[in-house]
Design a protein around this ligand. Structure first.
Ligand code: SF4
Length: 349
């Protein structure tokens, strides 16, 4: 249920918030929460469940959010870590984070019916990796080891790619042909940290090139910019998101870097008194995989604790949508019903 005051929220001009007196206040950041890639990935699972019935297998968490995964699990999705857990010939969805070609090959070998929910912005990075590797470049991939997305991208050109996660990793690099080097990045990195790493790369490899447009995605960028803009106006930031959500963790880091404490919460049950100690103004945002109802519940929770003023600080308008994967595109008109859960299942195995 939406908190009562949310309906009165004032959308402020980009980069501005408005203050009213000295009562305890919540600043609600915008944009926040679901990005286009996450909306699409969740839609894919819901449509697949609706069309084919349970069970539908999903390799890895469809998006990195515990609540989303639990909800889809209740609806009949079975989350597996590896394809070996999927029965031969069954239907499987690849998560928004993408997969390495070896995974696609395994799926083919086992005659799995694949629906690919990889975010198009992750696919963009994969295609860049393939192209640059073909052209004989060494690819320096900036990203976090062990993240599903990075594992997938690395798998596109493992012989040509090296991974760096910080400036020190760059210093340790030993590249055979420093004249022919390119960098790519994970889509959900910190803008500032990535800038530092790229700066060091340029010092070490003056001829290094980068992607035509930055790989860090619009959603990651916009949510970080909103945190940066609002950090000076609050004494604490609460970020709704799961611990394994890379873009959510970056929001916490960005705020902390600005000198303001920030906390990552799966939901309002995780709010602890110390987080709000001496906090008159608390900012609230959500990572790209966190559903809005969790934000609304957090707002209600804060309101019950005396934060009775609510402002929305809109830093940037965001209106990005992705089409469904081509094999599901014809079901686009049914999306509304699938999202709201009102569509009747049309066929079951
Ligand atoms: Fe795509 Fe960015 Fe969302 Fe990841 S965070 S799913 S790259 S839009």
């Amino acid at each position: 249920m939406a908190p009562a005051a949310l309906a009165d929220t004032t959308t402020m001009p980009a980069g501005h918030t408005q203050t009213y007196g000295t009562r305890k206040k919540i600043i609600l950041l915008k944009p926040r929460g679901f990005c286009a890639g996450v909306v699409r990935a969740i839609d894919v699972v819901k449509i697949a469940l609706d069309l084919y019935g349970a069970p539908i297998y999903v390799r890895k968490e469809i998006v990195h959010n515990r609540h989303v995964v639990d909800e889809l699990r209740r609806a009949g999705a079975i989350f597996v870590e590896e394809l070996a857990e999927v029965p031969e010939g069954a239907r499987v969805i690849f998560s928004a984070h993408g997969v390495a070609p070896a995974v696609r090959a395994e799926a083919k070998k086992r005659r799995l019916q694949v629906i690919d929910a990889t975010c198009p912005l992750v696919t963009k990075v994969h295609l860049e990796a393939v192209r640059f590797a073909k052209q004989g470049y060494t690819i320096i991939l900036i990203g976090h080891r062990d993240h599903d997305e990075v594992i997938g991208t690395l798998g596109e050109a493992p012989e040509s790619t090296v991974l760096v996660s910080d400036v020190e990793d760059v210093d340790r690099l030993n590249i055979q042909d420093p004249e022919r080097v390119v960098y790519l990045t994970q889509t959900t990195l910190s803008l500032d940290e990535t800038k530092d790493i790229v700066k060091r790369l340029l010092q070490r490899f003056p001829k290094i090139i980068g992607p035509k447009t930055q790989d860090i995605c619009y959603a990651t960028e916009n949510r970080q910019l909103a945190v940066k803009a609002v950090a000076p106006l609050c004494q604490a930031l609460l970020v709704v998101g799961s611990q394994n959500s890379s873009n959510s963790r970056r929001l916490v880091e960005v705020c902390e870097k600005a000198g303001v404490p920030a906390y990552l919460l799966d939901d309002c049950c995780e709010v602890q008194p110390k987080m709000l100690q001496n906090v008159d103004t608390v900012a609230v945002t959500a990572g790209a995989s966190a559903p809005e109802h969790l934000v609304e519940e957090l707002i209600s929770h804060l309101q019950a604790k005396g934060y009775d003023e609510l402002e929305e600080a809109e830093i940037k308008e965001e209106d990005v949508r992705f089409t469904l994967p081509s094999d599901l595109e014809s079901f686009t008109p049914r999306l509304h019903a699938v999202r709201s859960g009102t569509l009747k299942t049309i066929s079951k195995r």
